[in-house]
Each structure stands twice: as structure tokens, then as C-alpha cells.
Design a protein around this ligand. Structure first.
Ligand code: FAD
Length: 415
């Protein structure tokens, strides 16, 4: 059987480039269609450790290691007088214990340049507009000069992120079970005040009176940082404020963050995204699979997006290789179910973040070190490690833990 097949990938974000690198490594022909030109801005800047293992497997780690990105060693949480840290060196799961905080424009371009160097063709400025399936798939592409052309491939990997090309064209979209939220964000020249801020950790700060509102502070290298807030869309609408005014107002209401940012230079326009959580009816079909955000996106709070995107790419590329070599595979069992182990685990923590039960667990006054290491592993992206009881039965175990914490501690919102 001829194992050499042509795979067309829609989108050159992390999901697309990782899938391309892995397929190319196994000697399959790959082409990526990317509607934009790189570098281009993208959100999703704080990475998790487990995606570093996947980047290494794909032969894409060394370019990232050489790029002087800010090393990340954990996550810190603060709310009123409470502060808690998770150090990835204390992970339950064996694996990488550091990762990076990256400007995505630079990160995505490095990955794209490296896969081109490895022999993958990327057609920038070409947008996938239509698709039809026969023996494989026929794509209709639109170039920037307005010209259309057809392209035939044996298989399509949709890594189009928020473009969600196949979910839209094939009517696969499902509403997310998560509430509609808005993120408002920018990059700053940080000049952090002398209050200790560990640059090697993402800082998540909860608003003092509304626990549904939280801020991220993601330090980059060279004194710059990403700062953003997530608010319920209903609150944004009721505020009658422009996005930048609302961001500034909410920061002022949050003393620890206001103090941290008091000398920062706000030199970049404010950006906003709303309703980014999304779901789909299926992750695969006879001639396609959905990767990364084109499949499902939960929420930014635990920085899981790029990690899930890269994991989906690794799983799909491995399955495709085996299929092209003649194996008959059950994609539901080998792709959807496997990918969903991690997604469902993160979902448990996201849902319980917004109902505050996870916030109460995070700030518990005397955490059990073994349990903390298991939770820490999930926050480090090892959400597919089924040896971790908090992965394997995430909802059941989480509820057990949250009930114990609640019984032994007052709700932190009352303190
Ligand atoms: P993308 O990176 O979005 O790439 C998709 C590519 O497809 C784009 O380059 C696009 O131009 C291209 N494309 C789209 N349509 C077409 C088309 N029709 N034809 C050709 N090309 C097309 N994740 C983290 O890991 N850490 C974080 O700290 C984090 N913070 C976040 C904060 C917010 C507010 C939000 C909303 C998300 C955050 N995420 C974070 C999630 C992260 O942004 C995504 O999960 C991640 O970028 C998904 O990668 P991807 O490769 O699937 O898609």
C-alpha cells in the first residue's frame, strides 16, 4: 500500500504547524493554507508544560528554546488578602516542569518558519471558503487578488481556530455550555511596582467583590506583559462603558493589581473578544478531523487552549499516519475519547472556577501536598495522565475535594 498521502491543513496556528511537522516527519505530503500573513497577533500567551513535550516530539522545541521567551514555572492566584502558588516542579505527573510565556505573533511565526524549513508548504494569504467530499476532499480557496481555485487532498485537518471553517461549512457547531464572557486585553511596558511579582508565573487575580471577574498578568521577557480581564458579557453591556474604560475601572477596583500596575506604560491599543467558548457535534468525519479551537474551546482561565490545540494535533497526526499505513481505526475511540479526557478534566476546573468552588480549594489554608501536586499537574497541562485520580474521575474527585475544603474553611468570599 502506498503510504504517501496529501493532507491539507487549514490554519498555521500551533495546532496546524504541529500536525504538519508530525506528518512530514512520517513522510506524508502536507500543505497548510493560512489566510493571514505572519507575524500576526493572536491571544493565548501563557503555555503549559505538557505542550512542551508535544513540541519536542514534533521537532519544534529547539527553535522555541532559542527565542528567549519568558520561562514559566507555575501559576499564582490572588484574591483580596489571599495568595496561593502552584510550582510545576511539584507536579504529580513526570514530565517537563517549565514552559514559556510567549508573544504569539513571534511564537507562531517561529513554528511556521520551522515547518517550512522542514519541507512543509504554507500558502499564506489564501482562505479556505468551501469544501466538498468525494474520494478525499476538494477545497475552494480564495487568494488575496480575489481569484478562486480548487485543491484536492486525501484528508483535511481543520486547524482554523476561531475561524471554525469546517464546523461552519458542515453545520457542526454547537453552543458552549459555558456562559458568554468577554475578554479585554492589551500588552504593556510593565515597570511593575516593587511589590513582589514572580515573572516566572502567570498571575490570576480575582476582582474583590465579583468572583466571576478575573484578570491575567502574563509577564514576557524584556519588561513587557500581557494584561487582560474576563467579565460576563451581561456585566459589560450593563456597564455602558467602552472596553478600555471598563478595563481601567475594574483594575482600579482591585487594589493589589492596581498597585502592581501603577507605573506601567499602556502603549498598545486595547483588544477585545467575546463569546469565544464553542463546541461541536463531532470532531471527525471520513476525510476530516477538527483540531484545537476549530473543535472546542473552553475558557482562558487555566491557559489550556494552546495545550489542547497541540495535543489534538499530535493525536490526529499519529492516527492519520497509522490509517495511511493501512490500519482501520475508530476515530471516535482513538481521537475524540482520548482528546476529551483532557478537555473534560479542564472543563471540571473551569466550571468550578466560575461557581467559586475551585477558588475556595485554591486558597485553602492547609492543602494536602499530595493532592496539591495532583491539581498542580492539571494546571501544568498533564490533564491526560489517567494515573492522576483528579484526571481520571475529575468531576467526582473534584466535588469530594471541594466539599472537604468547604467543610473545613469558611468561604473565602466572606473573609
Ligand atoms: P489559532 O491559533 O487561532 O490559529 C488558527 C489559524 O487559522 C489563524 O492563523 C487563522 O488566520 C487561520 N484561519 C482561520 N480561518 C481560515 C481560513 N478560512 N482559511 C485559512 N486559514 C484560516 N491559550 C493558552 O494556551 N494560554 C493562554 O494564556 C490563553 N489565553 C487566552 C485568552 C483569551 C481571552 C482567549 C479567548 C483564548 C486564550 N487562549 C489561551 C486560547 C488560545 O487563544 C487558543 O486556544 C489557541 O490559539 C488555539 O490554537 P489553534 O492553532 O487552534 O488556532
Amino acid at each position: 500500500m502506498n503510504a504517501k498521502k496529501l493532507v491539507a491543513i487549514i490554519g498555521a496556528g500551533p495546532a496546524g504547524t504541529v500536525a504538519a511537522a508530525l506528518l512530514k516527519k512520517n513522510n506524508h505530503d502536507v500543505i497548510i493554507f493560512e489566510k493571514q500573513h505572519f507575524p500576526r497577533f493572536s491571544i493565548g500567551e501563557s503555555l503549559l508544560c505538557s505542550c512542551i513535550d508535544d513540541l519536542e516530539q514534533a521537532g519544534l522545541l529547539s527553535v522555541i528554546e532559542q527565542a528567549n521567551f519568558q520561562i514559566k514555572k507555575g501559576a499564582a492566584f490572588q484574591k483580596n488578602n489571599h495568595y496561593a502558588e502552584f510550582n510545576f516542579s511539584e507536579n504529580f505527573t513526570k514530565g517537563k516542569d517549565t514552559t514559556y510565556q510567549v508573544e504569539r505573533a513571534k511564537f507562531d511565526k517561529l513554528l511556521a518558519d520551522e515547518v517550512v524549513r522542514q519541507g512543509v508548504e504554507i500558502r499564506f494569504g489564501e482562505q479556505v471558503e468551501k469544501i466538498s467530499f468525494g474520494q478525499g476532499a476538494d477545497l475552494t480557496l480564495r487568494k488575496e487578488n480575489g481569484q478562486y481555485y480548487q485543491f484536492h487532498a486525501d484528508f483535511i485537518l481543520d486547524a482554523s481556530g476561531y475561524g471554525r471553517v469546517l464546523p461552519r461549512l458542515l453545520n457542526l457547531e454547537l453552543p458552549s455550555t459555558l456562559a458568554t464572557r468577554r475578554a479585554i486585553f492589551t500588552h504593556i511596558d510593565d515597570h511593575f511596582s516593587d511589590k513582589p511579582l514572580v515573572r516566572e508565573k502567570i498571575l490570576i487575580t480575582t476582582h474583590p467583590s465579583n468572583p466571576e471577574i478575573w484578570f491575567w498578568t502574563i509577564p514576557f521577557s524584556a519588561g513587557r506583559s500581557s494584561v487582560g480581564v474576563v467579565v460576563p458579557e451581561s456585566l459589560f453591556n450593563e456597564s455602558n462603558l467602552a472596553t478600555d474604560a471598563l478595563l481601567q475601572k475594574l483594575i482600579k477596583e482591585t487594589p493589589s493589581l492596581n498597585n502592581l500596575l501603577r507605573d506601567s506604560h499602556w502603549d498598545t491599543p486595547i483588544n477585545t473578544l467575546v463569546g469565544y467558548s464553542a463546541n461541536v457535534k463531532t470532531l471527525h468525519g471520513e476525510y476530516f478531523a477538527l483540531l484545537g479551537n476549530a473543535a472546542e474551546f473552553l475558557d482562558p482561565v487555566f491557559s489550556s487552549g494552546v495545550t489542547i490545540a497541540i495535543r489534538s494535533a499530535s493525536l490526529a497526526a499519529e492516527l492519520l499516519h497509522r490509517q495511511f499505513n493501512g490500519e482501520t481505526l475508530d476515530w471516535e475511540e482513538n481521537y475524540s475519547k482520548k482528546l476529551n479526557i483532557g478537555i473534560n478534566c479542564f472543563r471540571t476546573y473551569v466550571e468550578n472556577w466560575y461557581n467559586q468552588r475551585f477558588q475556595n480549594v485554591i486558597y485553602h489554608h492547609s492543602p494536602d501536598p499530595k493532592i496539591k501536586a495532583m491539581i498542580c499537574s492539571i494546571l501544568a497541562g498533564y490533564a491526560w495522565d489517567i494515573n492522576n485520580p483528579f484526571v481520571n474521575e475529575s468531576e467526582y474527585r473534584f466535588n469530594w475535594l471541594a466539599d472537604i475544603c468547604q467543610a473545613s474553611q469558611q468561604d473565602i468570599n466572606n473573609e
